[in-house]
Design a protein around this ligand. Sequence first.
Ligand SMILES: O=C(O)CCC(=O)C(=O)O
Length: 304
Amino acid sequence: MTATSHPLTQLSDEQVQAYHELGYLILEDAFSMEQIQALRKETVAICRGEHGEFDGAKGDHREQDDDQVIKQYLCIHFPHKVSPLILDALKHPNIANTLTRIVSPDVKCMQSMLFIKAAGKPGQAWHQDEFYIPTRDRSLTGAWIAMDDATIENGCLWVIPGSHKHGILWPQTKHDDHRFDCAGQADGYPYTDDDAIAVEVKTGSVVFFNGYLLHRSLPNTASSGCRRALVNHYMSAQSLLPWRPPEAGQGMGTLDWRDIVMVAGKDPYAYKGIDDLTKLLVRPDKEGGCRDFGKDKQGLKSES
Ligand SMILES: O=C(O)CCC(=O)C(=O)O
């Protein structure tokens, strides 16, 4: 995935302003069709275990065709840990360039998630990503790369525009709403579903959204096919990332998750080095049996 394979997008000041106002931004044609095809192929390869075996694999896929294989997985976390192609996509110039305008000149990434979401699979209830991935400067930002046209029918994102502006993390509670997967749902916020808008986007678009923005997705109700998206999370490299509880004797103030990828600018904490703490993780859906995923050692933002 090279810088030259697709035009570099420059955001206008109006787009930057609108992002801060609404909490999200759509960048159309950020990825070429060729790049998306490569990501789709890589999704199959990962699910087939071609980049190595992983916990939560759904058995032997040798006799199954590609569609049969991928539709067994709702979402795979940290694919960039095994796939150089996904690592490249996470640093795509159109993403890095946009983040330097809306987040900080210095940007790091700590998570990738490959949503496959085949027909019939559930969505994710209303939530805020910063509930799961706490930054110290509220700079968490998602980049949601559409690998298929995302529609209301196949379970596109929904957002509540402006909801990030409160700067409040609403409580998260368990739910038994069959439309959504195991993750919790935000509660007590001053909006209703009528305030939400569907973010229907074309293949190759990227939706950037603020970590405090209330968002959700509904189930894929199409009769067939998948609604694939690669979703990565970024933040200002100037902020520490307290993503794990302190160890005995460690103060809260020094917590800093260092399993990161630099995407733009300089890492002011480079002297700490980089850790390799996460590995490929299959996210359970209801059929897979909901465990208390948030308490998983690698739970991270697993419930979002
Ligand atoms: O893509 C989806 O269905 C949900 C994504 C999401 O909620 C997130 O990345 O936080």
